[in-house]
Write a protein that binds this ligand. Structure first.
Ligand code: ZN
Length: 430
């Protein structure tokens, strides 16, 4: 019960904090950042060594400007060194929780947190849901990969299962659809890729009676076509939550519809181009520092996404800063031999969406000048489809790359339930 009260207090604090003025929010973030950096510099071997090498003391980091003097942390830094140097001394390993990423965008990564840090991080999601109108008594269906279903076991057991149902992610099935119809949830949450497949299956079957009040997607890039399909199938305007295993919910769409609110009280988000902060309105690599994780601090961690910071305040009145539509993971961007960068949104996806006879596609930039495409036809392909796709993709790549299109029966699905539709093996030059 004590733990329950503690979480309730944490949640009330989160609810209050979102209404702080931007100035109060920056001050809070700065305080938390200083505390985290001092802790990391003193108690975490990796950072202790880093400060020594830089000839700096943790106390020298007083604000975000000072903080930018620290190097970025890449996923490969963690895999190269192993977890041990990143773990805080004085934490009992028996009392920590191991969190794994799904590895859909590379190798799976492991992170360590205390159960309290994990619980606080998870509370950032209900805050976003509540801001959008969800209430605790609304019945929810959560679609998640099988390897995460074990996390879904609730201490309240059967009681909780009456209003919250977990469905295994994967190719949409009749059973999934039947469960949704029978349970009649007010809220459906899931990975965008899974929601999209489910939406397609619902539309194909002509089903119009799955009508939740809210749909929340997360994880993959959400292009306009996918969003529209999900909205159509469920008869509701979905909201996207931008989150990751490393920092929980990072940013979320609010009902005012002006972009994503950054959870600035739990995570510091930087947008960088060539190592420097971009101006508002410009795309940059997203670099995060979770402010609530002390067991294994991640300072300036490059997450692999591209986002756009926005100036100004949202019409809803919240003081949380804004960012724009996630333009995609950085490994979804196609960088051409000339250095021209093609974002995945509003380009390739639209070309495929325009062809109703293409059920699914996967576009992979193998090399700078080679694009391989696999498509799964819906029924029989129109005679001009392959030519049109070839022409349109060549035009989008400014004729700088060879485009090879292959028709296949099905696409291989990666474990974890996430589906990539556009990917590149060439690092983006941002
Ligand atoms: Zn807002």
């Amino acid at each position: 019960m004590n733990l329950f009260l503690k979480r309730l207090r944490c949640f009330r604090q989160l609810l209050r904090q979102q209404w702080l003025s931007p100035e109060q929010m920056s001050a809070l973030r700065r305080r938390r950042l200083r505390r985290l950096v001092r802790h990391a510099g003193r108690c975490v071997p990796y950072y202790r060594r880093m400060f020594a090498q830089l000839g700096m003391r943790p106390e020298d980091i007083r604000d975000e400007g000072d903080f930018r003097r620290l190097p970025l942390l890449k996923k490969t830094d963690i895999t190269a060194h192993g977890l041990r140097p990143f773990l805080s001394e004085g934490y009992d390993p028996a009392r920590t929780t191991t969190v794994m990423t799904s590895g859909s965008s590379g190798r799976p990564m492991t992170f360590i947190r205390t159960p309290e840090e994990e619980a606080l991080g998870h509370l950032t999601y209900p805050r976003a849901l509540m801001a959008n109108g969800v209430r605790p008594w609304h019945r929810q269906v959560v679609i998640m990969p099988a390897n995460r279903l074990s996390d879904a076991k609730s201490p309240l057991g059967a009681l909780k299962r009456r209003w919250k149902l977990f469905l295994e992610a994967g190719p949409a099935s009749d059973r999934q659809i039947e469960v949704l119809r029978a349970f009649r949830p007010s809220v459906i949450r899931g990975y965008n890729g899974n929601l999209q497949m489910l939406a397609a299956a619902i539309e194909e079957r002509g089903i119009t009676d799955i009508r939740p009040r809210f749909v929340f997607g997360t994880a993959e890039l959400l292009d306009a076509g996918a969003r529209e399909r999900i909205n159509r199938a469920f008869g509701v305007e979905m909201r996207d939550l931008y989150g990751c295993s490393e920092a929980h919910c990072v940013a979320w769409e609010c009902p005012a519809g002006e972009g994503y609110h950054i959870n600035a009280d739990t995570v510091l988000v930087e947008f960088l181009r060539h190592g420097r902060p971009v101006a508002p309105g410009e795309p940059g690599r997203v670099v995060i520092t979770p402010l609530h994780v002390f067991a294994m601090p991640l300072l300036r961690y490059e997450i692999g996404d591209i986002g756009i910071p926005l100036a100004g305040r949202c019409a809803c009145g919240r003081g949380l800063p804004m960012m724009k539509m996630i333009q995609g993971r950085s490994d979804d961007f196609v960088t051409l031999p000339s250095g021209f960068v093609v974002p995945p949104v509003g380009t390739f996806a639209d070309v495929f969406e325009a062809r109703p006879d293409v059920a699914e596609f996967f576009l992979l930039q193998e090399k700078k000048d080679l694009i391989r495409v696999r498509i799964v036809p819906r029924g029989r392909l129109q005679p001009d489809t392959l030519d049109r796709l070839q022409r349109d993709i060549e035009a989008l790549t400014r004729h700088e790359a060879v485009v090879e299109i292959v028709v296949v029966d099905r696409l291989e699905r990666p474990p974890g339930g996430k589906i990539r539709r556009i990917a590149s093996r060439v690092p983006v030059s941002l």
